[in-house]
Write a protein that binds this ligand. Structure first.
Ligand code: NA7
Length: 509
């Protein structure tokens, strides 16, 4: 929406397509009970519009899906953006017409379109990891996916429910499903670290304090700084100081991440202390020692799979009708007409909730599979793993830009911020092309390789590669293993330098 707004302001004609029935992206689709953002809502807002800021009042520290959707709708209404989109329209393919320097886009519901530029703003977590269990079609009860939840909601009252998966979506929804259901069986493949959200209404003084520092906050973001108070990167706490710091964060409902704990995903000692603290809390909270043991994550550093933020997740396992099944101890064999069968036994249920995650960061791009110069498709270009320059453009694909593409920090930082950074950079690039009268804009393979080498360098200084996470593409069979988010610290500075140095690496012709 921000891109369309900027393009229109700059006098371009623009046509948007979205498979969804309305604006909202992730917040349009993910309507499962408990769906929330795990970035504080005051920060999860566009910074480019004071009008929006003044016209919307976030009610809680972490916003619910309905409230974020409402915000997205307000953006569309305020800037009258809907007329620029064709909704319920899926882009099926895109091909670069070299002779005319244009992209040709085929849709399922709105025919074929041509445009000089193609922007893929298709989201990082938008293609569901579809369930593919033997026998699943034979199941006689109701099946749901968290990522494509029925708009009318689901009533689980009196139902025996199975939830498969224990990522963020499951961890948010299980406590609420358990409030309704007769019984819940959670099928867990890998235990996750989850941290208490301590969510609640935003206190008035906090709201005012944020307002008071807002201009400074924006200025900091514009300079590529975090805009919120942080410990210095070279913080070297003693073991005692570290333990105390982690405890304060936990008790204060602070999301444990590199924002609050410097070098959490780089320094083994710091990471181990934080991980151990959370493991101990799981033992404290969960009454049944065997359930606590199975819920306790081991074998990968904390925050190298995205840490979850929850309300009463571990506590829910103390309810007599909630049961944890470890698929490490009893692998899932099949879905039967009656329920879920593991190597140990069959669990009869009335409903199955699949919370299996997404083909993250690249899934939506490779499904459109744009075909660029010399007939090279994105799937072929990425056969060995994705590539990009700054996460915004790909060599061999002139005039194509990605918003929050691989090798940008989008899913590591606040994604709203990434979106703004990408759109702002793209608008600068387009202005330059317009000024020069260029028909094409294309990144060189050398510049792209330099960015990839730099991104790999940054990745290798972290603990992220130690986890089989969606960050690494490890959750999708056959997907190349590479850390897809850019984890360097000075991303905005790199975008700005590219602009101020006259777009090195980009060829305008
Ligand atoms: P996630 O975090 O990718 O979680 C998916 C869960 O589903 C995770 O526990 C997986 O186990 C599990 N999974 C996936 N495939 C299977 C199969 N075949 N069998 C059993 N279990 C399976 O997705 P979410 O939607 O919860 O959250 C995505 C992001 O949204 C989140 O990180 C936030 O950024 C917001 P695994 O760990 O792979 O063993």
């Amino acid at each position: 929406m921000y891109l369309v707004h900027r393009l229109r302001e700059a006098g371009y004609s623009v046509q948007g397509f979205d498979a969804a029935g309305d604006v909202g992206g992730t917040w349009y689709w993910n309507r499962y009970p408990g769906a929330r953002c795990d970035i504080p809502s005051l920060l999860y807002s566009y910074s480019w519009s004071d009008k929006l800021r003044h016209n919307f009042r976030w009610s809680e520290k972490y916003a619910t899906q309905p409230e974020i959707l409402e915000y997205a709708q307000l953006v569309a209404d305020t800037y009258d953006l809907r007329p620029f989109f064709r909704f319920s329209t899926r882009v099926e393919s895109a091909r670069y017409d070299e002779a005319n320097c244009e992209w040709v886009v085929e849709t399922d519901a709105a025919g074929t379109w041509r445009g000089k530029y193609l922007f893929l703003a298709t989201g990082c977590l938008s293609v569901p990891n579809e369930p593919d269990f033997p026998g699943q079609d034979s199941f006689q009860g109701d099946s749901y996916q968290t990522s494509t939840w029925p708009h009318e909601g689901v009533d689980f009252s009196g139902k025996r429910v199975a939830v498969i998966g224990t990522g963020s979506s499951a961890i948010q929804s299980i406590p609420l499903i358990a409030e309704q259901a007769e019984s819940v069986h959670v099928f867990q493949r890998t235990p996750n670290f989850s941290l208490p959200a301590l969510n609640g209404p935003i206190p008035e003084e906090e709201r005012q304090a944020f307002e008071a520092m807002y201009e400074d906050y924006r200025a900091a973001l514009a300079a590529g700084e975090p805009g919120i108070e942080m410990l210095p990167e070279d913080w070297e706490p003693s073991d005692e100081e570290l333990a105390e710091h982690v405890k304060i964060l936990w008790n204060g409902g602070g999301l444990v991440s590199t924002v609050q704990i410097p070098r959490l995903t780089k320094d083994e000692r710091i990471n181990a202390a934080a991980a151990e603290f959370v493991r101990e809390r799981i033992q404290d909270i969960v009454d049944d020692p065997d359930t606590a043991r199975r819920l306790t994550p081991h074998g990968y550093p904390i925050a190298t799979k995205r840490a979850c933020v929850d309300t009463n997740y571990y506590q829910t396992y103390n309810l007599p009708h909630v049961h944890l099944v470890s698929l490490q101890e009893e692998p899932l064999v099949e879905i039967t007409p009656q329920g879920v069968k593991t190597e140990a036994r069959e669990y009869p249920v009335d409903a199955i909730v699949y919370a299996l995650g997404f083909d993250a960061m690249t899934g939506a791009l490779t499904r459109i599979n744009p075909v660029g110069r010399n007939g090279l498709s994105l799937q072929d270009a990425w056969a060995e793993g994705p590539t990009s320059f700054l996460g915004t453009t790909v060599a061999g694909f002139p005039n194509l830009f990605t918003i929050t593409g691989p090798f940008s920090p989008s899913v590591i930082q606040n994604v709203i911020l990434s979106i703004e950074q990408h759109v702002d950079w793209i608008m600068e690039v387009l202005a330059r092309a317009r000024e020069a009268g260029s028909a094409t804009i294309e990144i060189t393979r050398e510049a792209q390789q330099q960015w990839m080498d730099h991104a790999a360098d940054e990745a290798n200084q972290t603990l992220f590669p130690q986890a089989g996470s969606w960050y690494m593409g490890a959750n999708i069979a056959g997907k190349p293993r590479v850390l897809m988010p850019y984890v360097g610290r000075e991303y905005k500075q790199k975008l700005d330098a590219n602009i101020s140095e006259g777009f090195p690496g980009l060829v305008f012709s």
